[in-house]
Each structure stands twice: as C-alpha cells, then as structure tokens.
Design a protein around this ligand. Structure first.
Ligand SMILES: *[C@@H]1O[C@H](CO)[C@@H](O)[C@H](O)[C@H]1NC(C)=O
Ligand SMILES: *[C@@H]1O[C@H](CO)[C@@H](O)[C@H](O)[C@H]1NC(C)=O
Ligand SMILES: *[C@@H]1O[C@H](CO)[C@@H](O)[C@H](O)[C@H]1NC(C)=O
Ligand SMILES: *[C@@H]1O[C@H](CO)[C@@H](O)[C@H](O)[C@H]1NC(C)=O
Ligand SMILES: *[C@@H]1O[C@H](CO)[C@@H](O)[C@H](O)[C@H]1NC(C)=O
Ligand SMILES: *[C@@H]1O[C@H](CO)[C@@H](O)[C@H](O)[C@H]1NC(C)=O
Ligand SMILES: *[C@@H]1O[C@H](CO)[C@@H](O)[C@H](O)[C@H]1NC(C)=O
Ligand SMILES: *[C@@H]1O[C@H](CO)[C@@H](O)[C@H](O)[C@H]1NC(C)=O
Ligand SMILES: *[C@@H]1O[C@H](CO)[C@@H](O)[C@H](O)[C@H]1NC(C)=O
Ligand SMILES: *[C@@H]1O[C@H](CO)[C@@H](O)[C@H](O)[C@H]1NC(C)=O
Ligand SMILES: *[C@@H]1O[C@H](CO)[C@@H](O)[C@H](O)[C@H]1NC(C)=O
Ligand SMILES: *[C@@H]1O[C@H](CO)[C@@H](O)[C@H](O)[C@H]1NC(C)=O
Length: 543
C-alpha cells in the first residue's frame, strides 16, 4: 500500500516537472538567430525606426514583430506587415514601410513558420530565391511589397506552405513563365497571385489541379487566356480536383466565351467572381448546382448577348444562400421574376446596365417584388428602363442603403415613399422623368450621395437650406429646370465635395458660403443665368 502511494507521489512530481520543463514560458532567443535578425535589419532601410526595439542587448524574442516558440525559443514568426494604403497618411500610422535589401541571413531562421512582409516597399527587387530554403514556412505573404520580376521557382520547395500570397497592386510587376513549381506546394490552402502576369503559364489549371487541399484561389487580372492553357476547348470535360474550394476569383481574365463547366462542379464554393471576362450566352443551367454560394459576381461580361431568354433564369432562385448577386453590365433583358424572392438573404443586388426594359409588359417592378426581398439593402439597377408600379400610399418593408435606379421610368411625381427610408446613403434617380419640385425632406435625410440630374425638376431650391443633417457629400442636380437664386446655405454641408448645378435656370449671384467648403473638388455652375463677381479662395475647378 505505502509503496504504491510513494510511487504515485513520485509519478505526480515527475509529471509536474516534465510539464513545466516543456512549458518554458520566457524562452530566450538563440544567439545565431539574433545575429541573423540583426544582419537582416542592417540591410533594411527603416527611416522611422520601426525596428528600434531590435537591439543586441535585448532578448530577440521580445523584439517587435518577432515571435519565438515558447518551447524551443526558436524564432517562428516574423510579423512585419507594412502600412495599410487604405488608411490615409493623416491617421496615426504606427508603422512605415521597410525598404532596402533582404539579407540572406534570414536563411538561418530554420524554424520560421510565418513570414509576413506584405505592404512594404522593396521597390523593384526580385523576390529572393533563397526564400525557397525556409523549409518550415507555412505562411508567406509578400502582397503589395513592391517586388518585381520573375517569381522564383525555388518557392516550390516550401512543401509545408498553407498560404502563399503574392498579390501585386500593379499589373505585371511579377511574372511567372511556368507554374510547374507550384505543384510542390502539396499542402497549399490559400493561393493569391492577383495581377501576377501568368500569360505564358499555359498549364496553370493542370498544375493547380494537383493540389486538392486548395480552399481559396485568387487569380484576378493574371492575363489568363484560353489560348494560353493546353486544355483549350477541353475545359468542358476537365474535372476539378480541388473539391474543397470555397473561394474562386478569376475576374479580369479571358477564359473563353462560355463559362468553363468545371466551375459548376465546385459545390463547396461560397464565393465566385468571374466578372470582367468575355463570357457570352445565357446563364448556364449547372449554375444551380452551386447551392452554397453567398457571393456571385458575373458583372462586366456579355452574358445573354443575342439571347432572347427571359431575364433571370430559374436556376438563380435556387441559390438561396446568396447574399450578394452582381449581374451588372451584361445583356439581360425582360423582367425580374418574382422567384427572386426565394433568395431571402439577398442584401446586395446589382442589375445595372443591362437591357431590362419596360417595352416588354413584364419589365415592371412591383411592390411585392420589393417587399419580398426583405433583406435587400443595396439595389443597383441603373441603366435599365424599368418601371416601378406602386400605389401612392405604399411604404416599403425594406430599408435600403443604396438605390441606384437611374434611367428607370419613375416620374412625373417625385417618389414620396423614399421619405420612409431612414438609412439611405445613396440615391440615383437621374434620367427618370421626374418633373416636380424637390421635396424639402430630401435634404433633411441620411443621404450622402444624391444623383438627380437629367430630369425636369423645377421651382426654387430654397428648401436645400432646411436641412438638419450634415452628412451630404455629393449633389448632382445638373440638367434640370431649377430657378431662382442658389440658396446661401452651404455651411450646413461641411463635407460636401461635389456640387453640380450646371444647366439649370439659376439667377442672381454666387453665394459666398459655397466658397467656404473646404473639401470641395468640383463645382458646376455653368449654363445658368448667374451674375456678379466670382471670388475664389479655394482651388476647386469651376465648370
Ligand atoms: C507563448 O506564451 C505566451 C504566454 O503564455 C502566449 O501569450 C503566447 O501566445 C505563446 N506564444 C506562442 C507562439 O505560442
Ligand atoms: C548562419 O549562422 C552561422 C552560424 O551562426 C553563420 O556562420 C552563417 O554565416 C550564418 N549564415 C548567414 C547566411 O547569415
Ligand atoms: C496578405 O497581406 C495582405 C496585406 O497585409 C492582407 O490584406 C492579406 O489578407 C494577407 N493575405 C493572407 C492570405 O493572409
Ligand atoms: C529543393 O531542394 C532540394 C534539396 O535541397 C534541391 O536539390 C532542389 O534544387 C530544390 N529545388 C528547388 C526548386 O529549389
Ligand atoms: C505579360 O507577360 C507577357 C510575356 O512575357 C508579355 O508579353 C506581356 O507584355 C506582359 N503583360 C504586361 C501587361 O506586362
Ligand atoms: C487529383 O488529385 C489526386 C490526389 O488527391 C491525384 O492523385 C490526381 O493525380 C489528381 N488529378 C489530377 C488530374 O491532377
Ligand atoms: C449539376 O448537377 C446535375 C444534377 O445533379 C448534374 O447532372 C450535373 O452534372 C452537375 N453539373 C456539374 C458541372 O457538375
Ligand atoms: C421559388 O418561388 C416560387 C414562387 O415565387 C415558388 O413557386 C417556388 O417553389 C420557389 N422555388 C424554390 C426552389 O424555393
Ligand atoms: C435590348 O433589347 C432590344 C429589344 O428589346 C434589342 O433590340 C436591343 O438590341 C437590345 N440591346 C442590347 C444592347 O442588347
Ligand atoms: C446614375 O444613373 C445614371 C442613369 O442610368 C447612370 O448613367 C449613372 O452612371 C448612375 N450613377 C451612378 C453613380 O451610379
Ligand atoms: C428634419 O428631420 C427631423 C427628423 O427626421 C425632424 O425632426 C425635423 O423636424 C426635420 N426638419 C425639417 C426642417 O423638416
Ligand atoms: C428660365 O426662367 C425664365 C424667367 O425667369 C423663364 O422665362 C424661362 O422659361 C426659364 N427657362 C427654363 C428652361 O426653365
């Protein structure tokens, strides 16, 4: 009895000792790795001292951007992402871009798993081929880091890589003549080569097909074309191996006139972007197989050109998971079928610049169309001559954020139901045949962008001054019949950057408050009957 108790206590102590020894929390870094990092720093230009914590007397595991393994003390991550270009320079950017050369000393970080150098500025140097010897890498992100030239085939040795991101922001900064090396990345899940020139990588599809682990493929604007891949017309019998794929972006390429059939076999797809290709013909029947799709972008093609199919084929309404559907800038015609209401989660619908037309009796959008799409927030359908048929007392169930209904047949009355829209940011009702006065509530609303040009709006516009909301930034009232003086109320709109009042019938002088708008980039006052001095104390263009 006693012996076994002693033995249990011994075992417990042993286990505790064992656990605490494998869990050395404050691991210190290896001298050779510290030296490698100091050498790496020495070749970099770091004008704002991002790497100022990288000094010899401090444990390199405590340096900014360096992560060590708690267990081994090895450097396993270098997090050196540069500044986000989307955030303007006036914000408190804590970091600035690194530039200069990339030292071979990084090769000594043999346990490095995660390397992020994205958004720095290596101004035209090639991607170092020795990156291919960082065999432990699982994550390599060189997006937007200013590299140029041929992507080194040595990267094909990074067989543990899960994520490879080589996105460039300028077309063809990077190039690949043969993509065969990619087949070495047998565990790759996420591939982003946006805008890398792949025009001579003729076997791109076969190579990608040897990597069934892929979950996301981003190859937009890569100059992929039909001629450049061996399969040619055989893409219609090609079978895609990467069946776990959830994101596919092949926008901005030329993949032939028919959407390759293999795409419709990827039933796990949640996001498909085929915009800006040259696809023609009706929407393929097999599209309905993609029942997991949440985002579908087929805009800027020639879909349905020379086709007399009714507008939205029924296969679309089986895609009930869709949240965003963009079919803008194609050649769809006819009506919006009521079955679109089956897509009950749809928040963003873009049908702009098609040939939906009220010359057909069906080209009418009714109350029920809109009321059934209760989740819809963004409805862009400018550039179609649709007619809206609603009763005078109608209040939509939907609260929109964007209504792009330019070119619809809406007039002559200004649609009063828009007043019920409490969260509307963008309203495009230009070219809609409205021949009315501007209702005062329009300027006392949440609207930031108002497009009302090319109507017959008339009367005085003094109600512009009756606003209490200061959010309006963009106002286009050009090509109307507004008269009287331009109200002197522009201090109420401090964020205004674009004002177009061209081609109306305004008289009197130019109000002083217009010149107090600090953000103004465009002011159009031409083709009116304005008099009096024009004084500028800003550098906006006057048209
Ligand atoms: C190391 O341990 C610390 C503290 O427990 C923890 O916050 C950190 O995430 C660990 N680092 C790694 C790379 O596991
Ligand atoms: C790697 O480390 C070793 C030993 O610390 C050193 O001799 C060698 O020069 C280093 N290599 C590079 C490329 O820095
Ligand atoms: C790569 O870096 C860019 C820029 O920092 C970032 O936007 C992107 O999400 C990263 N890619 C991956 C796959 O993590
Ligand atoms: C990959 O590594 C092996 C062994 O180190 C080497 O022989 C080969 O040349 C490397 N291949 C590439 C493409 O870098
Ligand atoms: C892409 O690469 C091909 C082949 O090298 C070249 O002819 C073409 O000009 C490149 N495209 C761009 C936009 O640089
Ligand atoms: C598809 O993937 C399997 C491995 O999962 C592989 O054996 C096969 O060669 C691949 N097919 C093609 C056409 O690459
Ligand atoms: C789509 O589904 C149908 C019916 O299940 C099937 O016959 C067809 O082959 C599928 N299409 C593709 C491209 O996989
Ligand atoms: C789609 O909606 C129509 C009515 O608008 C209905 O008859 C049809 O059964 C629905 N289809 C699906 C797949 O839910
Ligand atoms: C639009 O549809 C009309 C017939 O309704 C047709 O005559 C015209 O060619 C179509 N335009 C385009 C650009 O498809
Ligand atoms: C507004 O609608 C008009 C007419 O269809 C169109 O020409 C214009 O591009 C649209 N404006 C925006 C910002 O979408
Ligand atoms: C502006 O709108 C607010 C709230 O929507 C309302 O309380 C106020 O009376 C309106 N002002 C004018 C001048 O219509
Ligand atoms: C402009 O106003 C004058 C009088 O103020 C009126 O005679 C004329 O018809 C108006 N023109 C237009 C195009 O509305």
């Amino acid at each position: 009895m006693g012996g076994s108790t002693h033995f249990s206590v011994f075992l417990l102590v042993a286990i505790i000792l064992l656990c605490s020894s494998t869990k050395t929390v404050n691991a210190t870094c290896y001298a050779s790795e510290k030296q490698a990092l100091l050498d790496f720093k020495k070749d970099l230009e770091d004008p704002f001292g991002r790497l100022s914590s990288w000094i010899h007397d401090v444990d390199c595991c405590k340096w900014k951007g360096v992560v060590c393994s708690n267990r081994s003390g090895r450097v396993i991550q270098l997090l050196l992402e540069g500044p986000d270009p989307e955030i303007d320079d006036f914000g408190d950017q804590e970091i600035s871009a690194l530039s200069g050369k990339i030292s071979h000393s990084l090769q000594n970080l043999t346990h490095l798993r995660y390397l992020d150098l994205s958004l720095n500025d290596f101004s035209g140097i090639p991607i170092p081929s020795f990156f291919g010897s960082l065999r432990s890498l699982r994550y390599l992100n060189l997006s937007g880091a200013g590299f140029q030239g041929m992507v080194p085939y040595q990267l094909g040795n990074l067989s543990s890589l899960r994520t490879l991101s080589l996105e460039t922001y300028r077309v063809s900064d990077l190039q690949v003549d043969n993509l065969q090396w990619l087949a070495g990345l047998s565990n790759l899940e996420h591939l982003d080569m946006s805008r890398v020139n792949l025009s001579t990588a003729s076997n791109w599809l076969e190579v990608i097909n040897t990597i069934p682990s892929l979950v996301e493929i981003h190859l937009p604007y890569c100059q992929l074309d039909l001629i450049s891949h061996h399969l040619g017309r055989d893409t219609f019998v090609f079978h895609a191996n990467f069946s776990s794929l959830t994101v596919l972006d092949l926008s901005g390429n030329f993949l032939g006139h028919l959407i390759p059939r293999w795409i419709f076999g990827l039933t796990a797809l949640a996001s498909l972007d085929l915009s800006d290709n040259s696809f023609e013909g009706p929407l393929p029947r097999d599209l309905r197989n993609l029942t997991s799709l949440k985002l579908l972008d087929l805009s800027r093609n020639y879909l349905n050109v020379n086709h007399f199919a009714t507008f939205l084929p029924s296969q679309l309404s089986t895609l009930t998971a869709l949240i965003s559907l963009d079919l803008g800038d194609n050649h769809f015609r006819g009506s919006i079928p009521s079955s679109i209401a089956n897509i009950s989660n749809l928040q963003h619908l873009d049908l702009s610049y098609n040939n939906l037309s009220s010359s057909l009796p069906k080209g009418i959008v009714s109350e029920s169309h809109l009321d059934n799409l209760a989740a819809l927030r963004i409805f862009e359908a400018s550039g179609n001559s649709l007619t809206l048929k609603v009763s005078a007392s109608w209040t939509p169930r939907t609260q929109f954020q964007t209504l792009g209904w330019g070119s619809w047949k809406l007039g002559p009355q200004f649609p009063t139901w828009i007043r019920s829209q409490k969260f509307l940011d963008v309203l495009n009702l230009s070219f809609t045949g409205i021949s009315d006065t501007i209702p005062s509530w329009l300027f006392n609303s949440s609207l930031k962008y108002i497009y009302l040009s090319h109507n017959q709006l008339h009367g005085k516009s003094s109600n512009i001054s009756e606003n209490e909301n200061q959010v309006l930034q963009y106002l286009d009232l050009g090509k109307n019949c507004l008269s009287g003086e331009i109200p002197d109320c522009w201090m109420n709109y401090p964020f205004m950057y674009h004002i177009n009042l061209n081609s109306n019938n305004f008289t009197g002088s130019i109000p002083r408050s217009l010149f107090k708008l600090e953000d103004l980039e465009y002011l159009g006052l031409g083709n009116n009957s304005l008099t009096g001095p024009i004084t500028f104390d800003f550098d906006a263009e006057l048209w």
